[in-house]
Design a protein around this ligand. Structure first.
Ligand SMILES: [Mg+2]
Length: 257
């Protein structure tokens, strides 16, 4: 009867460790201690998704994955967003100090939304980027001029200004929002810029990347050296002519081409 022992042992092993890998996956995601495991898996996925957003691996995307809404909310409201922005600002300033020539044409470009000012309050009330962009609601928010400064950007802005850089504000907002945006920037603590460039009549229908690269070319034709460019979208930074260095701020809430 000794030949039966291996069969008995094999049967016991199959009960506890089935060959079917889907059974093991089921246990992994839905077993007794599954809540923690599932949350961890979602967070890991959303973290990876955000990495691909920031590196522009995803390219164009319409809304955040719905399973990542609470992850994005946590990131944006937590210390990590502020910390990431602060690190970007510190490297920006270090580069700026080395690059500055003092010739009177040293320029630095800043985008507005999610770069100088944060619209987190608006996005918190609109699904953190999980909802399709609603222009009417957005324009109502802009009229409140209630966006707050991104602390690291305000500090960088003032440091660059003190160094002697000409600050160029280049936004995708339209000329019709010039006054209200200026009011919001002032309220948030910004002042003393050299130029404040918004989309004019000739810019309608252009992608952000085309509009902004054309404005950089315009500034260069005016004799400015664009040492740095700070923006939360790759389309704030890409396409010729680029700044000598581009600094990408985090933004997992929306994508602009
Ligand atoms: Mg922006």
């Amino acid at each position: 009867m000794g030949f039966l022992y291996p069969l008995v042992i094999l049967s016991i092993l199959l009960i506890f460790f089935p060959f079917d890998s889907s059974s093991r996956r089921t246990l992994f995601f839905h077993g007794g201690s599954t809540t923690t495991t599932t949350t961890t898996s979602t967070d890991a996925y959303c973290n990876s998704w955000m990495y691909s957003v920031e590196t522009n691996n995803i390219g164009d995307w319409p809304t955040i994955p719905i399973i990542c809404q609470s992850f994005v909310a946590g990131y944006m409201n937590g210390t990590r967003y502020l910390s990431d922005s602060k690190v970007v600002a510190s490297y920006s300033l270090a580069f700026a100090k080395d690059a500055f020539t003092g010739g009177g044409k040293d320029a630095w470009i800043f985008d507005v939304d999610e770069t100088l000012i944060s619209n987190l309050h608006y996005y918190a009330e609109n699904g953190y980027g999980s909802e399709i962009f609603n222009e009417t609601k957005w324009n109502e928010w802009v009229l409140l001029s209630a966006a707050t400064a991104l602390p690291a950007s305000l500090e960088l802005y003032n440091n660059l200004k003190s160094l002697g850089f000409k600050i160029m504000i280049l936004t995708g907002r339209g000329e019709e929002q010039r006054e209200i945006t200026q009011k919001n920037l002032n309220r948030a603590g910004y002042s003393g810029w050299e130029k404040f460039i918004l989309r004019g009549d000739g810019d309608g229908g252009k992608t952000n990347v085309k509009y902004k690269s054309e404005k950089r070319a315009m500034l260069e034709s005016e004799g400015y050296t664009i040492h740095g460019c700070s923006g939360d979208q790759w389309s704030d930074l890409s396409d010729s002519p680029t700044a000598k260095r581009s600094f990408k701020l985090p933004n997992p809430m929306y994508y602009i081409a």
